[in-house]
Design a protein around this ligand. Structure first.
Ligand code: GLA
Length: 388
């Protein structure tokens, strides 16, 4: 699948710029098994990179202007490296300007490039195509100009670019895109950025993403509000329990103890965060021990929390998880990523995948009149050099 993408990206480069690109980079989207909305709350997450990627072709152009061509949109963007980086109405361009802005601020030296890129990561499906964009572009510049930047710093710089564009996200997406490893999930400590790889062995079950095909416009503002609500909640927890350093030190009893001091929404958010942080460790232990049914139940529990307490679900995602609960072949399901649309992640009994996809697609079409898309997940390498 990626061979076609690589060929198209290379051909477009040759057509546009008249030379063969010396550097080709593949940068993946990500899934997350569990640990949602806890990366910016000092929790743990369990993501992995997948085989859906953005392909970039690069070549130095010996000038101080970068020329970037978005093949899928048929749009072109030029960045004068000597000018101040500014946000632009064409959202995709901002991720590129953001990376250049922070590379300059970090004092790294580079010049203009010609670049084409094309993607097979579905946009707006919660698979983090924006992190793939940031990390892939950055990785390409690093390769072309040989500058030293660690994987960890690449992820952090990608996150900064995302903040600049307007989402106050955590570190999970960029970290997973950069550090992905074939057939492994990573348990990432979002406080220290230490991580460990775990076998992505789901025994008798397959991981399948079901794409609700909706993206509600609430996403950005609600995301940033959740983050503020959590900060407010933690401040109150700390005032009452000064020894607490981060959310991960909190117990559910402590949350209940200060319930009256929090607004109902802040209470629900904080309660969800403390429980979700605990669920990630349980889930990782269940995965390591091959207790996939236990893992599945934890996914259902996470969805319940995301829907009722964190309130980042929507009717379409709740319905998809509802179908899963009613089907014995699906042992776990939840919304994945930021919410308000995008995909659910599902653990489906091997051999039953196609039957489940067909059944759910019919139910979903009947209920919402929307086509349900399904993606089989292959856990793959992180951002890497294909050629160069
Ligand atoms: C988005 C953000 C991540 C993370 C998830 C929710 O994908 O970019 O940092 O917060 O939502 O877990």
């Amino acid at each position: 699948m990626n061979e076609i993408l690589i060929k198209n990206t290379t051909n477009a480069f040759e057509e546009k710029f008249g030379t063969e690109p010396k550097t080709i980079v593949l940068s993946p989207g990500r899934i997350n098994i569990i640990g949602e909305h806890v990366d910016y709350n000092d929790g743990y997450v369990l993501p992995a990179a997948i085989d859906k990627v953005i392909c970039f072709a690069f070549e130095k152009n010996n000038s101080t202007t970068s020329k970037i061509f978005a093949i899928d949109l048929d749009e072109e963007f030029e960045i004068d490296l000597n000018s101040e980086m500014k946000l632009n109405n064409a959202i995709w361009t901002n991720y590129f300007s953001g990376i250049i802005k922070y590379l300059k601020e970090a004092g790294l030296s580079f010049e203009g490039v010609n670049c084409t890129f094309s993607s097979n990561i579905p946009i707006g499906s919660g698979l983090s195509s924006s992190a793939a964009l940031e990390c892939g572009f950055l990785f390409g510049l690093k390769s072309v100009f040989n500058f030293e930047i660690s994987k960890k710093d690449m992820a952090l710089m990608g996150q900064k670019a995302e903040h600049w564009v307007g989402i106050n996200c955590g570190i999970m997406d960029q970290f997973a895109s950069v550090h992905g490893k074939k057939d492994k999930v990573m348990k990432l400590d979002c406080n220290t950025l230490e991580f460990s790889y775990h076998d992505a062995n789901f025994s008798d079950y397959s991981l399948v993403l079901l794409d609700s095909n909706v993206k509600h416009s609430l996403f950005t503002s609600a995301y940033n509000t959740r983050r503020e609500e959590c900060e407010e909640g933690f401040k109150m927890l700390k005032e009452n329990f000064p020894s607490l350093k981060t959310f991960r030190d909190c117990t559910t009893d402590q949350v209940v103890e200060i319930k009256d001091k929090l607004s109902p929404n802040v209470y629900k958010r904080v309660d969800y965060v403390v429980k979700e942080i605990a669920r990630v460790s349980l889930a990782c232990a269940a995965l390591d021990a091959g207790n996939i049914e236990v893992l599945g139940q934890l996914l259902f529990d996470t969805h319940e929390g995301l829907s009722k307490d964190y309130e980042v679900s929507c009717a379409e995602l709740d319905a998809l998880v509802g179908y899963a609960k009613d089907d014995a072949s699906v042992i776990g399901s939840r919304l994945m990523g930021g919410g308000f649309g995008g995909c659910t992640i599902n653990l489906i009994k091997k051999g039953q995948e196609e039957a489940v996809k067909e059944k759910f697609a019919a139910l979903y079409d009947k209920e919402f009149g929307i086509e349900l898309k399904a993606y089989d997940v292959k856990i793959s390498e992180g951002t890497s050099l294909y050629k160069g």
